[in-house]
Design a protein around this ligand. Structure first.
Ligand code: FUB
Length: 343
């Protein structure tokens, strides 16, 4: 029965051929698309993947990105327009390498680009850059956000409040911050993880300060719970948080979605507050081509869309291309699982 349902969902999703399996950008490699509607237009803030001379390793050092471009779309059926370089690594004093998955927010007439990068000690920090335009250029702050660490910032606006979520394990270093300090017990990114039967490492959240440039409060852990109220465990690789946090609100519920990393799902959990706890519900997007899976979810003209990436154009896991497809909330508030694998 469950299999029948899954097949039904796949067939329904295939009807949206307009969106499926079509790279939105093909003149350069793009990944980790964070999409927003600002002033009636879709803006996409992706990573800019490049071929690197850095050798591939388990910490993802070969994802050695050096700048960001911003793209816009007039509507979901129009082409993604490249607005050129919006921020360059050379202009970020504190950052040494690896400009990973960014996000953006608008407050008043200003636009804020949030991004992770390794500092000069090779520790991931989060930075902010500011612009008067959604497409940049963005001027980076001279220092990373105070007390920030790890990767994949995502900003969610709820009324007048802005919340920043972040974190990623393994190459994203979140497991090294379990004590509140950076502690590395070994050279492998897999060191420092909890035992399999212990609660998984939690992503983090904090309200942003009024000026959007710092955490406005002490960061909190985001709990992802099983239906019985117990935390998802570190050994539960099909469901535990890995990276790529995103939050959207639907019918007054908060949906926390994320990548499960080595099991390649975009999974989600539902809660009653932006701080959580969130109860695990299921998979939004089944594994796509390539190792990483990273998404954003946005409402455009009353319909919901998921932006994601795969490796259709290159076949290389670190040279990705962004895509989008429609996403549907069912009457009971759960989300239909999407299968977007390139066949
Ligand atoms: O793009 C570099 C990293 O790969 C991102 O920060 C992760 O989410 C994964 O997509």
């Amino acid at each position: 029965k469950q299999q029948d349902n899954q097949e039904e969902q796949v067939v329904e999703n295939e009807e949206n051929v307009k969106f499926l399996n079509k790279p939105l950008v093909s003149h350069m490699y793009t990944a980790d698309p964070s999409a927003h509607v600002f002033d009636g237009k879709i803006y996409i803030y992706p990573s800019h993947d490049v071929q690197s001379v850095v050798e591939e390793d388990d910490s993802g050092a070969h994802f050695n990105m050096r700048d960001y471009h911003v793209f816009s779309m007039d509507d979901v059926n129009s082409e993604a327009v490249d607005h050129g370089k919006a921020l360059d690594l050379d202009d970020i004093k504190w950052a040494k390498r690896q400009l990973w998955a960014p996000d953006a927010a608008k407050k008043g007439n200003k636009y804020y680009l949030y991004f992770p990068a390794k500092d000069h000690d090779d520790i991931f920090r989060l930075g902010v850059a500011v612009s008067d335009s959604p497409t940049g250029p963005f001027t980076p702050q001279p220092e990373p956000m105070k007390g920030s660490y790890s990767i994949d910032p995502a900003v969610f606006q709820d009324g007048n409040e802005y919340y920043i979520y972040w974190g990623g394990i393994w190459g994203g270093q979140l497991q090294k911050w379990r004590t509140g300090e950076y502690l590395s017990t070994g050279s492998s990114p897999y060191d420092d993880e909890p035992e399999d039967d212990q609660p998984a490492i939690s992503p983090m959240v904090a309200k942003l300060s009024g000026d959007m440039l710092e955490f406005g409060e002490k960061p909190r852990k985001v709990s992802i719970l099983d239906k019985d109220g117990s935390p998802i465990t570190a050994g539960d690789h099909d469901r535990r948080f890995f990276e790529a946090a995103w939050v959207h609100k639907y019918n007054d519920k908060y949906y926390f979605s994320y990548s499960t990393g080595d099991t390649h799902n975009i999974a989600y959990a539902i809660g009653d507050s932006p701080y959580g706890p969130f109860t695990y519900e299921g998979v939004i997007l089944n594994p796509v081509q390539g190792w990483t899976n990273h998404h954003s979810i946005v409402e455009v003209d009353g319909k919901w869309y998921i932006f994601y990436h795969d490796t259709e154009l290159s076949g290389e896991t670190y040279l990705r291309n962004i895509k989008m497809t429609e996403m549907e909330h069912k009457a009971d508030g759960t989300i239909k699982t999407i299968d977007a694998i390139v066949k």
